[in-house]
Design a protein around this ligand. Structure first.
Ligand SMILES: *Cc1c(COP(=O)(O)O)cnc(C)c1O
Length: 406
């Protein structure tokens, strides 16, 4: 009776509807198995930071050394400094910029800091798994650059070095950006660095998908050694809230990056986000190695188990070096099933992957799970049309967040 009265009141004053939907979302997403490659789960401590009072406090920081131009920011300043320090420590970098509010914004800052208008850059093509933002219609066009594709061998998932050299000779890029959204294999960085030195180009690494694996040194641990800049999202394989981060050992580039933050690519840096990132960095510092090697092992196991369970996955026998396993989308398409349709089928069974056929292991690894045979069989039966929801629910009951504080 009273409940019904409250519902009527809610409807009349227009309050409560959104929070109701938020609660439904929370309940829903805690009842499904998340295998989305672009996502991870945050610890309760990071969530506390993200929804703290800091979430509605403002910032005006031109250079973090000078502090915040807003009053009341003594703790926000302290958090910003400590988070920068932790970021530099975790990645073994001299300089860290933690204010970018996304991986895309971090990319924009890096491009603006290295390239002049009308200069050329190179990045991986979208068809080879490259990030759509680097394709000519997006960031390059917006900022006045010309982008050329880095030659890539899809079957081997490797950059074609001799074709790259030819291409660099022809296009004379000022910046080469590595990194992919569909990302399974490391790069041979040494020869690419040598090419960049020979052709006078900077080398950047967009590690958006793999920042957590690089931090835990389970994948491309040499990124900081060979690249001028490492940057990316803080929420894919990393533990953080949605946001971006930039790392470099080059003081000159760092100074330019600092200038491209406030009033150019963004304004306030969302202090609660940086606080949550700081918590995530502490967690990564303590548990990163164990977590990242677990992720990579789970991916490799999942690839093999999927194949054994009759699911078509690519790149047997190595499958993956990252947090992603790739469905053989072409093969499924040939029999009339698109990756989006597979994704919807799985979703109906409470298993979440993206619509492009990437299966991610970051979140289940953070939840301490390693029985990839069980996951593979549920996926297989679900693709075959079985409703495995109750078994997925059972599996989820045994999961809890790992790699955080006490
Ligand atoms: C996801 C992604 C981005 C964009 O990151 P946001 O944090 O969503 O802004 C940039 N680069 C690559 C390679 C990505 O995969």
């Amino acid at each position: 009776m009273f409940g019904a009265f409250c519902t009527i009141l809610q409807e009349e004053d227009g309050l409560g509807k959104i929070i109701d939907i938020v609660r439904k979302h929370n309940e829903y997403r805690s009842s499904v198995l998340n295998l989305q490659a672009s996502e991870n789960i945050m610890s309760p401590m990071a969530r506390e930071a993200l929804s703290s009072d800091l979430a509605s406090r403002y910032s005006l920081v031109l250079d973090p050394r000078d502090g915040d131009a807003y009053g009341g920011s003594r703790y926000a300043d302290e958090i910003l400094h400590e988070t920068e320090r932790l970021a530099a420590e975790v990645y073994g970098a001299k300089f860290a910029e933690v204010r970018p509010i996304g991986g895309h914004i971090a990319a924009e800052m890096v491009m603006l800091s290295i390239l002049k208008k009308r200069e050329n850059m190179m990045s991986l093509s979208e068809k080879d798994g490259g990030y759509t933002g680097y394709q000519n219609g997006y960031l390059p066009q917006m900022l006045g650059y010309q982008n050329y594709d880095i030659p890539y061998n899809q079957d081997r998932q490797e950059i074609d070095l001799s074709a790259l050299e030819k291409s660099m000779k022809g296009t004379n890029p000022s910046l080469v950006v590595l990194g992919q959204s569909f990302f399974l294999k490391h790069y041979e960085l040494k020869p690419i660095r040598e090419l960049c030195d020979a052709y006078n180009s900077y080398l950047a690494y967009d590690g958006s998908h793999v920042m957590g694996l690089i931090a835990g040194e389970a994948f491309q641990a040499d990124a900081m050694k060979y690249c001028d800049v490492l940057y990316g999202s803080t929420h894919k394989s990393f533990f953080g809230p949605q946001g971006g981060i930039i790392l470099t050992n080059n003081e000159d580039i760092f100074r330019r990056i600092r200038k491209n933050v406030t009033w150019r690519t963004m304004d306030n840096y969302h202090p609660s986000r940086v606080a949550a990132l700081g918590v995530a960095l502490e967690e990564m510092k303590k548990h990163g190695r164990e977590y990242a090697s677990m992720v990579v092992k789970n991916s490799r196991d999942l690839g093999k188990e999927l194949l054994d369970a009759g699911v078509w996955v690519r790149f047997s026998p190595w499958f993956s070096e990252t947090h992603q396993v790739a469905l053989d989308a072409q093969r499924y398409r040939n029999m009339g099933l698109t990756p989006a349709e597979i994704s919807r089928k799985l979703e109906a069974s409470g298993i979440i992957i993206d619509r492009e056929g990437r299966i991610g292991t970051s979140e289940i690894s953070r939840m301490g799970y390693s029985n990839m045979g069980a996951v593979a069989r549920l996926i297989s039966r679900s693709i075959a049309g079985e409703d495995v929801r109750s078994e997925v629910s059972e599996l989820i009951k045994g999961l809890s967040i790992h790699y955080t504080g006490a």
